[in-house]
Design a binder for this molecule. Sequence first.
Ligand code: CA
Length: 247
Amino acid sequence: MESSAKHILIVEDEQHLAQGIRFNLDAEGYRVTVVGDGPSALRLVRADPTAVDLIILDLMLPGMSGYAVCEQIRQAGNDVPILILSARTLTEDRIRGLDVGADQYLQKPFELEELLAMVRNLLTRRGRFKLPAAGKKVGDVLEFGRARVNFDTFEVTVDGKRLRLTPMELKLLRFFAEHEGSVLSRNQLLDAVWGLKSTVVTRTVDNFVMRLRKYFEADPARPRHFLSVRGAGYRFVAEAEEEEAPG
Ligand code: CA
């Protein structure tokens, strides 16, 4: 059915690459829009935040970088899946992409099949995103503090109020829940949740933990569930605890 076709926005200034991707996505039955710069993409998404089901975003764009585009979309509270395409190869670039809220990062040149697989995966992720290596079994519903999280339907409420978490935030939360009470290092989390085997210094984990605290802690500055363990990493506890005294 034409009307139910998923709508994919390609933001890419290299015309022939954009058209090549469009051609292949068309062939897969997707509806595709191509724009050549960030401001055009933002206009489109702002006009109707639900108009697009997925954004394929180049990093090196004229005028405004893909990072900035991604950041602005997320700051507007839009959690549309974003797949970054980039010729940049540095791990730092990849991490920065995830820091600003991208869901996936694909390096140019890429295999068409890989792109299509990522697209399929991102478009269905609301139903089933890939779970991190399982520790303790966590049921579909996690309750802690004032929060209730349904990992099956992705419904999250705090004091009965609905929240919208991004898939990466949910993935991190689930990993914490599966390892409740254990101290998890940043590298462990980067590896398990983001799939990054990396020793580079990154604030990715800290940024995401900050977001979880903002959602779930009564006082994010004095967390009772998402605890920092000095020099080691983080620890999640369902039963509120005091954070380890610094020192
Ligand atoms: Ca470009």
